[in-house]
Write a protein that binds this ligand. Structure first.
Ligand code: CTP
Length: 393
C-alpha cells in the first residue's frame, strides 16, 4: 500500500480508538493518511492522537477558518485512492447510502467516487434495524465494501453482532480495495522463526546465530496475502509482527509443544526456526563457577519437531535446511526423512545468505521432485517467491 493516499473517516463509536491501530499499520506500510473525524467521534478520541499518528492536521469542520473555507476538502477528495470509514456508525452508513450531505463526513462521502470500505460498529439492534440493513445493501450494490461486524460482547455488555471487525480483517479489506490478490484468505499459517536456547546454568545457554529474519519475512508475506498467521518465535531482536498471533518460546521443548498443539488444523506450516539439536542433560540450577579444570557439558539430542508431527497436520509442511556442505544431498535426505512437502536449502557459509543476513539465496526442493533455484535477493522478496512456488506447485 506504499504511497497510496487514504482517507480514514472516524465516526462516533466506542470503537473509535481502534482506528488508531489501523492508521498506524497503514503508515507502517508506507501509505499517506489523512484523518477526518465526525463531531461525535471527537467525544471518544482526541484529534491530537490522529494528528500525531499521521503527521497531518485532522479534518473536523465543514467550514474551517481557512482561506478556502472548506473547498480544500473537495480538492483533497479528488486526490484520494481510497476511503476507509472506521468505525462506521449506523448514522453514517444510512446517510452515505442515501446521499445525505449535512456535515463534513457525509459531504465528503457524497463527493467521493473512490473505492470505499465501511467497518461498522454499533449496537446489535441498530445493525439489525431495517433502515440500516437497507443502507448496507445499497452501499454494497453501489460498489462499496461493507464489512460484517463481529459477534460478541458489545460495549453495552449485550451479546450480538455489532463489534468492529478485527483490525486484520479491516486491513485485508483495504488490501482488496486496491485489488491486491489475497489467495490465502481463510487459510491458517503457522511459522516458526529464530533460534532456541538450551540452558547450561541460570546465566548461560547454547544457541545459534539465527536472527529470525527469514521466518518473520515469511510470516509477513503470508499475512499480506490474507492468511491468519501464528508466529512461534524464539528469542530475536525483531518487533512483533502486527496482525499475527505471536507465541514467544525459548527452548526447543517449548517450541515443540507450541508447534504440536497448533499444527493440526493449519493449511501451511513453515518450519523456519533453527531449533537446537542437542540440549544439556543436567543444566545446573546454580551458576557454574570458574575453576582451573577442563569442564565438559554432556548433551542429549533434542526432539526433532518435524519428525514428531509427521502425519499429524493436514497442511503442507515447508522446512528449511541450513548447510555448510553437501547441500543438495542433505536437502533431499531431510525431504524424505522428515516427511515434509518442501525443503528450502540455504548455506550458512555463503556471503549474503543464511543466518543474520538481510539477503538470502535458496533452492526449493519439493516432494514431487521439482527443484527451483532462486537468485540472491532480499529476504522479504525471497519469502514472496517461496510462497508463490508453494501455492503453484
Ligand atoms: N528441525 C526440527 N527440530 C529440530 C531441529 C530442526 O523440527 N530439533 C527442523 C528445522 O526447523 C528445519 C529442518 O528441521 O525446518 C531442518 O533443520 P536442520 O537444522 O537443517 O536439520 P537437522 O535435522 O537439525 O539436521 P542436521 O543438524 O544434522 O543438519
Amino acid at each position: 500500500m506504499k504511497d497510496k493516499n487514504i482517507l480514514i473517516i472516524v465516526t462516533g463509536s466506542i470503537a473509535a480508538y481502534k482506528a488508531c491501530e489501523v492508521v498506524r499499520l497503514l503508515r507502517k506500510e508506507g501509505a499517506n493518511i489523512q484523518v477526518m473525524m465526525s463531531k461525535s467521534a471527537l467525544e471518544f478520541v482526541g484529534r491530537a492522537t490522529f494528528a500525531a499518528l499521521t503527521d497531518h492536521e485532522v479534518i473536523t469542520e465543514m467550514f474551517p477558518n481557512t482561506p478556502k473555507a472548506g473547498l480544500e476538502h473537495i480538492e483533497m477528495a479528488i486526490k484520494l485512492d481510497a476511503i476507509v470509514v472506521v468505525p462506521a456508525t449506523a448514522n453514517t452508513i444510512c446517510k452515505a447510502a442515501n446521499g445525505v450531505a449535512d456535515d463534513v463526513v457525509s459531504t465528503t462521502l457524497s463527493v467521493c467516487e473512490q473505492p470505499a470500505l465501511f467497518a461498522p460498529a454499533m449496537n446489535f439492534r441498530m445493525w439489525q434495524n431495517p433502515a440500516t440493513m437497507d443502507a448496507v445493501d445499497k452501499l454494497r450494490k453501489n460498489g462499496s465494501l461493507v464489512l460484517d461486524p463481529e459477534e460478541g460482547q458489545l460495549a453495552s455488555l449485550h451479546e450480538g453482532e455489532g463489534r468492529l471487525p478485527d483490525v486484520s480483517v479491516i486491513m485485508n479489506g483495504i488490501r482488496t480495495l486496491f485489488e491486491l490478490p489475497l489467495p490465502l484468505v481463510g487459510k491458517k499459517v503457522l511459522v516458526t522463526a529464530g533460534p532456541t536456547r538450551e540452558a547450561i546454568d541460570p546465566v548461560r545457554f547454547i544457541s545459534n546465530r539465527s536472527s529470525g529474519k527469514m521466518g518473520y519475512a515469511l510470516a509477513k508475506a503470508t499475512r499480506d496475502l490474507g492468511a491468519e498467521v501464528k508466529l512461534v518465535s524464539g528469542p530475536v531482536s525483531l518487533p512483533p509482527l502486527p496482525e499475527a498471533e505471536m507465541i514467544y518460546v525459548e527452548t526447543a521443548k517449548e517450541m515443540a509443544d507450541s508447534v504440536q498443539s497448533n499444527c493440526i488444523d493449519v493449511d501451511y506450516l513453515f518450519m523456519v526456526a533453527a531449533v537446537a539439536d542437542y540440549s544439556p542433560i543436567n543444566p545446573s540450577d546454580k551458576k557454574i563457577k570458574r575453576n582451573s579444570e577442563n569442564e565438559s557439558i554432556e548433551l542429549k539430542p533434542a526432539l526433532d519437531i518435524l519428525k514428531s508431527i509427521k502425519g499429524k497436520t493436514k497442511g503442507k509442511v515447508i522446512a528449511f535446511a541450513l548447510e555448510t556442505h553437501d547441500g543438495e544431498s542433505e536437502a533431499q535426505r531431510k525431504l524424505s526423512e522428515k516427511g515434509v512437502d518442501y525443503i528450502v536449502l540455504n548455506y550458512a557459509n555463503e556471503k549474503g545468505a543464511g543466518f543474520e543476513s538481510s539477503t538470502n539465496r535458496v533452492t526449493i526442493f519439493s516432494k514431487s521432485g521439482n527443484q527451483l533455484e532462486l537468485k540472491k535477493d532480499r529476504k522479504d522478496r525471497i519469502a514472496q517467491k517461496i510462497i508463490e512456488h508453494v501455492l503453484n506447485n
